[in-house]
Write a protein that binds this ligand. Structure first.
Ligand code: AHR
Length: 670
């Protein structure tokens, strides 16, 4: 399992001297210098990273409710489907590959042999969805399916959403009379006002007539975000939109690469009507329907007001297969050029015209292309040659694009091989840490080399708590983000990973994630709420900040195979972390403070060189009694930010920061 693909990362000896003081020193103080110009913050500092992992799309954001809708999840059995046999009705179901739906990718169908069916003796097929079908009152669901029969007189079908035991019918409609030709049928299923929400439901297509019926691509969609056909779940989209992401990095991650070259993300096979998409085996142990295809990724960006960061397959697959630079790589380079043309080309181009035929005539804005993913893992060390070939071809055709390399960063993985022949615009660094490791490394960009390419922190997270992380992780994440803001001249972009997890048993492959859900509801982890606080109060300038007398906590660093001798066994890790930014437009200063320990800490704040600072401001505080506290489906809002008015602010003030807290103080300079 690719889950095993974990290592990371060598925290380096850092020049934290300015921030570290022995425990129990005098009061902590920070000076923010408003007389200096500060560093412009990159508008793309905070984005999102996504791939098909943890049932992120199928069983997640992509709103399809039917699991295994084209019967290819398993070669031998119609998994996630069951036969309905009411009151002595008798029937059987089986996979059948003899009758593909012509001119489509629908090659395996589900055969229902209704041996005994009569009025009151219903038989049919049932799908239990991704850990249930969600039922809500006053909701319209759109069901559709392909069907055919060999019965001379045809077969009438009914479609219903009903309780898992078949006793309660939540919505029902006539599905039509099926005849001998494959045909697509669709019906609306409307639930009433009095329906009690549940996930314990199933979709049933049934008949009271004997005979044999074949089904294919059985689909059920609830209302989608912005009502897009083949669209996304409303609650999850809203959570993402609320993060105000500047960009979306897709389609991976490992999912881009594939376990083998043959199972990479073949974007051309994800276009057009869903019946034309064959789907493929993903890298996280389950099949991807590819209902979330290239155009859907782009429309998802559009719906969030975010720009795409397009990762192109670069000739290296997870299980080690590589296509070294040279003629054999050229088709893959062309595939990437075509993909960029699909995203950006006008209607005179082959792929721009295809995008228009797929329903989106307007080109998308694209500024960033990432070449591969985690190529530091390529044991044959072929990235230099591969990158060069992609870089030169993309540069020649699209000189305006910024190109991102997956090696040459300063994280452990990027250091595993060197890119020597070309200089990328950005390097992608990945950091997966324990919370204490992350806090220990939170100042890494304070002393970072300023001469090289800009940094894209393309994957990062403190990893404590599953399936979504706890407050301790959020504190560490906030410490790391404060470091990004202080060093906005180096860090141009960042995105946490993974973003989404289906919280049902079996839904998770990666243990630390940002947003959890079942089929009915969703919640943000403490880190989700913290990240929203950071992005909603980003501002446009990072202000120079000097911290003194910050207490530390001792941390016994666990042994690390990669760098056993690099660090002393016990570290002194700061307990507070800071960033100050300002918004010229809103005339506000945002002071972000992390208090990582279980007792309150007072900080003396000095805004040197400030004009007016209003006495009244606002505090947004994310805190909880225990650092292990977290949010879950059952308790979705246990750890959420609270906003309150604050008085007594000014050019100098002191503030008591709550135990285990992340605070954004909003100071008005009006
Ligand atoms: O985020 C989970 C995985 O971590 C990504 O797929 C991969 O790029 C990294 O190893």
């Amino acid at each position: 399992m690719p889950v095993a693909r974990r290592r990371f990362r060598a925290p380096r000896l850092l020049s934290l001297a300015a921030l570290i003081a022995p425990l129990a020193m005098a009061q902590t103080a920070i000076k923010i210098d408003l007389a200096k110009p500060g560093i412009p913050l990159s508008p793309t500092l905070y984005g999102l990273m996504t791939e098909e992992i943890n049932y992120s799309y199928d069983g997640g954001l992509y709103a399809e409710l039917v699991r295994n809708r084209v019967f290819k999840d398993d070669d031998k059995a119609p998994v996630h489907w069951s036969v309905v046999q009411d009151a002595g009705g008798s029937a059987a179901i089986a996979l059948d590959q003899r009758f593909p739906v012509a001119d489509t990718a629908l090659t395996t169908s589900l055969r229902l042999d209704a041996m005994h069916a009569a009025q009151g003796h219903r038989v049919g097929i049932a799908n239990a969805g991704y850990w249930g079908i969600p039922v809500k009152p006053n909701t319209r669901y759109r069901a559709s399916f392909y069907a055919r029969t060999t019965n001379a007189g045809g077969v009438p079908l009914t479609v219903s959403i009903e309780g898992a035991d078949g006793k309660t019918v939540y919505a029902q409609a006539e599905g039509g009379r099926i005849n001998s030709e494959w045909k697509r049928y669709s019906v609306n299923l409307n639930t009433g006002a009095k329906v009690k929400p549940t996930t314990n439901a199933r979709l049933v297509i049934a008949t009271e007539s004997p005979g044999t019926v074949w089904f294919n691509q059985v689909s059920l969609f609830p209302p989608t975000y912005r009502d897009r056909p083949n669209g996304n779940r409303v609650d999850l989209m809203q959570k993402l939109v609320d993060m105000k992401p500047a960009f979306l990095r897709f389609p991976g991650g490992n999912f881009l690469e594939g376990e083998t070259v043959a199972t990479r993300f073949k974007w051309k096979e994800t276009l057009g009507p869903i019946e034309q998409r064959p789907g493929h085996r993903g890298t996280w142990g389950y099949r991807s329907s590819d209902g979330m295809g290239l155009l859907e990724f782009l429309e998802w960006c559009e719906d969030m007001g975010a720009e795409p960061v397009l990762a192109v397959f670069a000739g290296y697959a997870l299980h080690g297969e590589t296509i070294p630079g040279g003629p054999d790589l050229q088709p893959f380079v062309q595939e990437a050029l075509d993909e960029i043309e699909y995203v950006t080309g006008d209607l005179s181009t082959k792929w721009g015209a295809q995008r228009a035929r797929d329903g989106h005539p307007a080109p998308f804005k694209l500024r960033y292309v990432e070449i591969g993913n985690e190529d530091g893992f390529d044991k044959q060390k072929t990235y230099d040659g591969r990158y060069t070939q992609f870089h030169d071809a993309i540069r020649a055709k699209y000189p305006q694009l910024k190109l991102i390399s997956t090696v040459n960063g300063k994280d452990w993985l990027s250091q595993q091989q060197k890119l020597t022949s070309r200089v990328p615009d950005l390097v992608d660094e990945h950091y997966y840490y324990s919370p204490m490791e992350m806090m220990n490394d939170a100042a890494r960009y304070d002393s970072y080399e300023r001469k090289g390419p800009k940094v894209f922190i393309g994957e990062w997270a403190a990893r404590e708590g599953e399936p979504t992380t706890n407050l301790h992780s959020a504190l560490a994440d906030a410490a790391f983000m404060a470091g990004m803001e202080r060093n906005a001249d180096v860090v141009e972009m960042s995105c946490y990973a993974p973003l989404l997890v289906n919280a049902n048993p079996g839904g998770m492959q990666w243990t630390s994630n940002l947003i959890g859900y079942d089929v009915q509801s969703s919640y943000g982890s403490p880190s989700y709420h913290m990240q929203k606080m950071f992005s909603n109060y980003l501002g446009n300038v990072s202000l120079p900040l000097h911290a003194e007398k910050v207490s530390t906590q001792s941390w016994q660093r666990p042994p690390n195979k990669e760098t056993p001798l690099e660090l002393p066994p016990v570290m002194q890790v700061p307990t507070m972390f800071f960033s100050a930014t300002k918004s010229d437009q809103r005339r506000e200063i945002y002071l972000k403070v992390v208090n990582a320990i279980g007792s309150a800490q007072t900080v003396q704040v000095d805004l040197t060189g400030a004009g007016k600072v209003a006495a009244q401001g606002k505090a947004i505080v994310l805190a909880s009694a225990k650092k292990e506290d977290t949010n879950t489906i059952a308790e979705p809002t246990k750890v959420v930010p609270v906003t309150s008015e604050v008085k007594g602010l000014g050019k100098q003030f002191s503030y008591n920061f709550a135990p285990y807290s992340v605070t954004v103080l909003v100071l008005s300079t009006n």
